[in-house]
Design a protein around this ligand. Structure first.
Ligand code: UDP
Ligand code: MG
Length: 324
């Protein structure tokens, strides 16, 4: 087998998840191919770009197929249905475990600076297993996305969850890191938290993030919120503790009000506080519902985990894998 030959160049797979990206792909493909050429010429690696079509409903797969025919560097995986960004990345990483020595994951819109991939590979050649791409400036995101995302990083850190500030899913992983990561069996994926837990030698590269050149975001606020909740509840049980403490505080308040009411009754005052009564009723009701919601979130996670369903299904594959 070829991997026993000492002289074989190391293989780099650039993994690109694509969901309805037919508008931006024609712009991104040549840029990624230019990076491949540089990687081959200056660093002597054998590169390829793996596009993972996450069940797109537009022309995305046709473009990938066409590009795979036109260039020996292009590979494609077509997932049978839309499984979401994190799982599409997972599919690409499992492919890379078998076909590459090192992988870089990057979004199809190339908001992350693709030239940084060369720096990442240099760090890898110097011994890093993980290289985090960190956005120095988020000029590419609107005010809402930028502020909510940054507040989220701080919030997660306050909850003791280790994240690299302003790092999303643009990173390099060595084959060793990929193997370690894909051994995790969980279905609730929050990759930026999981990778951080691997603890292998790592490095950081910084860049300025650009606006999307074409197409629209595939992360509307609803998906952002769901990723945020996943990140929190997959890595911390502190919200459950908080509901417990909140319950204790409410009970203490209730005991105090009962004592006060009793004392007032003994002193001959009639209780007239209908307003305060109804307010506390709503307050407690809300608190109970919120606590149930938090617990339900965890129970739902357990439900998804115990089913152990496949993460994705590959419908088709293109590109010359024999060359790899
Ligand atoms: N994506 C995906 N599946 C989805 C949603 C998004 O594979 O269900 C991909 C998408 O094609 C892109 C990346 O995830 O390559 C990030 O999406 P996007 O750039 O729209 O997110 P944003 O940068 O706005 O957060
Ligand atoms: Mg984007």
């Amino acid at each position: 087998m070829s991997h026993t030959e000492p002289s074989r160049p190391k293989r780099l797979a650039i993994v690109v998840p694509c969901y309805n990206e037919s508008e931006v792909l024609p712009l991104s493909v040549p840029r990624l191919l230019a990076v491949c050429k540089k990687v081959r010429d200056t660093l002597a690696l054998e590169p390829c770009v793996l596009f993972v079509d996450d069940g797109s409903a537009d022309q995305t797969w046709d473009i990938i197929e066409r590009e795979a025919q036109a260039s020996p560097y292009v590979r494609g995986l077509k997932l049978a249905h839309n499984v979401g960004h994190q799982h599409a990345l997972w599919a690409g990483m499992e492919w890379a475990v078998a076909h590459a020595d090192v992988a870089v994951t990057i979004d199809a819109d190339l908001q992350d600076d693709e030239h940084v991939i060369l720096q990442m590979v240099r760090h890898y050649l110097d011994g890093a297993d993980i290289v985090y791409g960190v956005r120095e400036q988020r000029i590419g995101d609107g005010f809402f996305k930028r502020t909510t995302a940054q507040a989220y990083y701080r919030f997660m850190r306050a909850y003791g969850i280790d994240l690299v500030y302003n790092h999303a899913d643009f990173r390099l992983l060595s084959n060793r890191a990929l193997k370690a990561l894909t051994a995790y069996s969980e279905r609730n994926l929050f990759l930026r938290g999981m990778v951080r837990q691997l603890g292998l030698p790592s490095a950081v590269v910084t860049y300025n993030q650009n606006p999307r050149k074409a197409g629209t975001t595939k992360y509307p606020p609803r998906k952002m919120l769901s990723l945020a909740i996943d990140g929190l509840t997959s890595f911390s049980v502190r919200p459950i503790h908080l509901t417990f403490y909140a319950g204790i505080i409410c009970m203490l308040i209730a005991v105090v009000t009962i004592i006060m009411a009793f004392v007032k009754h003994l002193m001959g005052h009639t209780i007239t506080g209908w307003t305060s009564l109804i307010m506390s009723l709503w307050f407690i009701g809300g608190l109970v519902l919120m606590s149930l919601g938090i617990i339900g979130e965890y129970v739902g996670k357990i439900y998804i985990e115990v089913k152990q369903r496949p993460r994705y299904l590959i419908e088709k594959e293109v590109g010359d894998a024999s060359e790899q």
